[in-house]
Design a protein. Structure first.
Length: 74
């Protein structure tokens, strides 16, 4: 088990990652991922596991991506 940033979490890691505007590909991983939008609202068009989603992504919105699935944001 790994600890994340001295928070006392076991089996959970957390990173703050800035994803720039434009098309972004995120390769699948062996673990599930949660993405939490931080910042101003942006229009997002996302594809994940062959499904497409369009929405206004707002501060605090959460995306769950299952292990093994690639993600694309356009």
């Amino acid at each position: 088990m790994q600890r994340a940033g001295g928070r006392g979490w076991h089996g959970l890691e957390a990173d703050l990652v800035r994803i720039p505007p434009g098309r972004t590909h995120i390769s699948g991983t062996p673990y599930h991922r949660l993405g939490i939008h931080v910042g101003r609202p942006v229009r997002a068009q996302c594809r994940c596991g062959g499904r497409q989603h369009r929405r206004l992504q707002k501060h605090g919105d959460i995306d769950a991506v299952a292990a093994g699935l690639d993600g694309v944001r356009e």
